[in-house]
Design a protein around this ligand. Structure first.
Ligand code: HEC
Ligand code: HEC
Length: 198
């Protein structure tokens, strides 16, 4: 009798685990991936990259630059302030020429007229997904005031990359709610993903 009971307990545990696994697999991808979305900054080339490579990437990457939109003085004092932190001990003092190259590039890319990437965009959970006509409607409503649809339709990205792009577009002024943005991202990842063959 005792061993029957133990068997039942084991089976119950197995069933509970399987139910949890099924629920996890059935949950929308977005719900499993709920960290804040982070910007992605493309590596510059030429002398700017030389300065950054030599002075800036030992401790952290360059993506965080996109959180700011500052003029030259603003960038200078941001870097000064941030690197006063004990964590940044050993941050190099730049030569004047290198500092100018870096600051000029920062102002071109992340200057006062640009829009900073939101610090804490967390994708909302979605339970409804766009059909092709619904996605087309939103694209035509929110995404074609600055460039053609072809810029989007000819691109292939993973859903995570589409999210970074779409959040950037929203920061630039695309008029779209976070829910529609997330549905659009799910659709783009599905239809215009890196594995899609349309
Ligand atoms: C020795 C390590 C180190 C080096 C080298 C370094 N940093 Fe930093 N940096 C840090 C640390 C640590 C912080 C975070 C400080 C804090 O927030 O208290 C930081 C913060 C920043 C921030 C703000 C990031 C944010 O999300 O708030 C920017 C922008 C930045 N650094 C740019 C640069 C640039 C440009 C260079 C090259 C000129 C550079 N860093 C070199 C350690 C370093
Ligand atoms: C306020 C103007 C504006 C709106 C609205 C806008 N975009 Fe953009 N988009 C831009 C600009 C400017 C660029 C080119 C510069 C860049 O890549 O940042 C661009 C570039 C792109 C690219 C090409 C990027 C690459 O590197 O391949 C894609 C894809 C894109 N947008 C998608 C979208 C989507 C999706 C929407 C709707 C959610 C949208 N855009 C709405 C301004 C806009």
């Amino acid at each position: 009798m005792k061993s029957m009971f133990d068997k039942a307990a084991v089976w119950t545990a197995v069933l509970v685990l399987m139910a949890a696994l099924v629920a996890y697999l059935a949950a929308p991808v977005a719900a499993q991936n709920r960290g804040a979305t982070r910007p992605k900054v493309d590596r510059p080339d030429g002398p700017v990259w030389q300065v950054i490579r030599k002075n800036c990437i030992q401790c952290h990457g360059i993506d965080d630059y996109a959180f700011f939109a500052l003029d030259k003085t603003g960038w200078q004092s941001l870097l000064d302030t941030k690197h006063k932190s004990p964590l940044a001990e050993g941050a190099p003092v730049l030569l004047d020429q290198d500092r100018n190259i870096l600051l000029d590039w920062l102002v071109t890319k992340f200057g006062p007229t640009s829009t900073p990437f939101p610090r804490s965009y967390v994708p909302p959970e979605i339970t409804e997904f766009f059909s092709d006509p619904e996605a087309t409607l939103v694209l035509n409503r929110s995404c074609v005031s600055c460039h053609g649809l072809d810029k989007i339709m000819n691109s292939r990205y993973s859903a995570d990359e589409w999210r970074v792009l779409a959040v950037q577009m929203k920061a630039r002024g695309a008029n779209i709610s976070n829910e529609d943005l997330e549905r659009l991202v799910e659709w783009l990842g599905r239809v215009k993903g890196t594995n899609a063959n349309q």
